[in-house]
Write a protein that binds this ligand. Structure first.
Ligand code: FES
Length: 88
């Protein structure tokens, strides 16, 4: 639960940065930074899922090296995982 609050706090900061054109907060954008702790984008996550055929969150976190710090990105990772696998 604590990780979610940290994630939301950081998203708020990044939203302000987006006003100045420095960050992209559109979750559908490949440039959206999904994991703020490791600075990994949606595009990088999508590419890893497509290349490896990963279907579960635990494996995705281990292979992509995301989601094991605050955990605030796990909900988004799960969403991307489902979207990419449903597009197959
Ligand atoms: S945002 Fe903290 S582990 Fe991904």
């Amino acid at each position: 639960m604590y990780g979610v609050w940290v994630h939301l706090f950081l998203c708020g900061i990044l939203s302000v940065q987006n006003i100045f054109g420095r960050m992209i907060m559109d979750k559908q954008s490949r440039d959206y930074e999904v994991c703020l702790c490791y600075h990994v984008t949606r595009g990088e996550i999508e590419d890893i899922i497509r290349k490896t055929g990963i279907t579960d969150l635990q494996t995705l976190c281990a292979v992509a090296k995301v989601g094991d710090k605050c955990g605030g990105c796990r909900e988004d990772l799960e969403m991307i995982l489902n979207e990419v696998n449903n597009d197959k």
